[in-house]
Design a protein around this ligand. Structure first.
Ligand code: FE
Length: 135
């Protein structure tokens, strides 16, 4: 999927555009989903790809939606991004290359990973996950 910055700018609201297409970061404890515990799928806000399932969501205390793993292999890509010696990688939607957030190696035991994702990069869909356990 390739769209020009101008196309993205017209399609997305300004906050989503700034974060997904310009690698911005939303403020902690303020996004629409950081504290959402409902069962459901978190889709890419830009292209709709299913990125994270509620079963992997956990309370990291960071103020951003946090997940121990993406929804499947290959749905997100990682780019090294380590300013100031921080150990992390940028996480992007593999389908549309939108910036989602960062992954850190301090997650829960199952994976050891913390996908720290901006609310504005996600679109919640609770409609098809009624049997999935919320977290
Ligand atoms: Fe996407």
């Amino acid at each position: 999927m390739s769209k020009t910055q101008e196309q993205w700018k017209q399609e997305l609201d300004s906050e989503t555009y700034k974060i997904t297409r310009q690698a911005g970061t939303g403020a902690a404890f303020s996004g629409k989903y950081w504290d959402l515990k409902a069962a459901g799928i978190r889709n890419c806000a830009a292209c709709g790809e299913a990125l994270f399932m509620s079963g992997t969501k956990y309370d990291s205390g960071s103020g951003w939606p946090s997940f121990s793993a993406p929804a499947g292999d290959g749905v997100v890509g990682e780019n090294p991004d380590q300013p100031y010696g921080m150990i992390r990688s940028e996480v992007v939607c593999k389908k549309c290359d939108s910036h989602l957030g960062h992954v850190f190696p301090d997650g829960p035991p199952e994976t050891g990973l913390r996908d720290c994702i901006n609310s504005a990069s996600l679109q919640f869909d609770g409609g098809e996950a009624k049997n999935e356990e919320g977290s």
